[in-house]
Design a protein. Structure first.
Length: 388
């Protein structure tokens, strides 16, 4: 079994199980147990400047109106083993919760349509297409708006740098865009939708470890990657968080670390007190320092709100890759879909923080123990298409 799973939380949990996902990591010289170079002082002008952005192109925020939410049905025992039925149950729970409030399209491997439809309910549309796994956030194209139209950026999904089987998932971006008649936009950059986060006003949060890395964009500097991101997404300001290389399969995606709640407001993961340093606590410590001094694309300083993780002795899920970050929530048209971990005090606190800072939406807690044991969450398993 791979030591890297989908994400690795370096915690010692009583009775922890192991979910092995995919092959061993393909590591390069920079894929070390190191925090990535923090680069220029936080909040200083970023390389490339606003002029690097594509004129008229915009990456919208997740809280803007969606045309639909994409999800994917876990397809293979080669990936999930004996956990396949359990993770399908989790995905069905998420799909039913979102599908009762907005359109959901479920990508399903041919031959598995009937089981997926029965599990997820009549509110979910099934799109039959080859898939490997459930991580729609990273495999579905990243949608931008340009000239009054929605377009899709194909970020060349590579199985997080060749760490997991992805022959089918590598074609999902093309399949989705062809299905819905959306223009495909190409970029030389290899990245995943979970590696960056936007406020919809030109600001991008991203972890350096997940894109400036020999397993994604070998030979490209951070400045070069930033210039391509600005061109592809239309953003004008990139705030680089260091992340950590080589300790989880994503190399520390930002969507388990820091998320925009609104323009100028950022949620930040906070480790449970007394736990040994792991990939997420190390990333959060560095991110906290960066965000304290950073400004967004409008020049506004950021307000940072920390959301504490649950007590690992009280959560109902287990696994060496278990991600107990509330950051992996999803904002839909009518609801905020938030992981439910079983520590009632922490779960209630996270829900209250969401109510306070994401108004006009129902807070919908969803239990996802098996998804989380594979190193992901609700955000990782969903991908929004803007209404345009």
């Amino acid at each position: 079994m791979s030591a890297l799973s989908r994400r690795t939380m370096l915690r010692s949990l009583a009775g922890a199980g192991v979910v092995a996902l995919g092959a061993a990591a393909c590591t390069g010289p920079d894929d070390l147990d190191d925090t990535a170079d923090a680069g220029p002082p936080s909040g200083s002008p970023q390389p490339g400047g606003a002029s690097g952005a594509a004129p008229g192109r915009r990456l919208g925020a997740e809280w803007e109106k969606h045309a639909r939410t994409f999800m994917a049905w876990p397809a293979s025992q080669d990936v999930w083993g004996e956990q396949l039925d359990a993770v399908r149950k989790d995905i069905a729970g998420v799909a039913r919760a979102i599908g009762s409030r907005e359109p959901v399209v479920l990508l399903v491997r041919p031959g598995q349509e009937s089981g997926a439809k029965n599990a997820c309910g009549s509110n979910v549309e099934v799109f039959s297409t080859p898939v490997d796994d459930l991580w729609a956030r990273d495999t579905v194209p990243v949608f931008v708006e340009e000239g009054g139209k929605v377009k899709g950026v194909d970020f060349n999904f590579s199985g997080w740098g060749g760490k997991q089987q992805h022959a089918n998932d590598a074609g999902i971006a093309r399949a989705v865009l062809a299905k819905y008649g959306i223009e495909r936009m190409q970029t030389p950059i290899v990245a995943e939708g979970g590696s960056f986060e936007t406020d919809g006003q030109g600001t991008l949060l991203i972890t350096e470890s997940s894109v400036v890395n020999n397993n994604r964009n070998s030979g490209r500097s951070r400045d070069q990657v930033e210039a391509e991101l600005k061109k592809a997404l239309g953003v004008t300001k990139v705030i680089w968080l260091a992340g950590v290389r080589g300790k989880d399969i994503t190399d520390a995606h930002v969507d388990c670390l820091a998320r925009f709640a609104a323009p100028g407001v950022v949620f930040l993961d906070q480790a449970f007190p007394g736990m040994p340093a792991d990939v997420w606590s190390r990333s959060a410590d560095q991110a906290r320092a960066v965000l304290a001094d950073a400004t967004d694309a409008t020049g506004k300083k950021l307000k940072v709100i920390e959301i504490p993780q649950p007590d690992p002795d009280r959560i109902t899920g287990r696994g060496d890759a278990f991600v107990s970050s509330y950051m992996n929530f999803y904002v839909g048209n009518k609801g905020v879909y938030l992981p439910l971990f079983g520590d009632q005090q922490a779960d209630d606190q996270a829900q209250q923080i969401m109510k306070d800072h994401v108004p006009n939406r129902e807070i919908v807690p969803v239990r996802i123990d098996t998804i989380a044991s594979g190193g992901g969450g609700i955000h990782c398993s969903t991908h929004d298409q803007p209404a345009g």
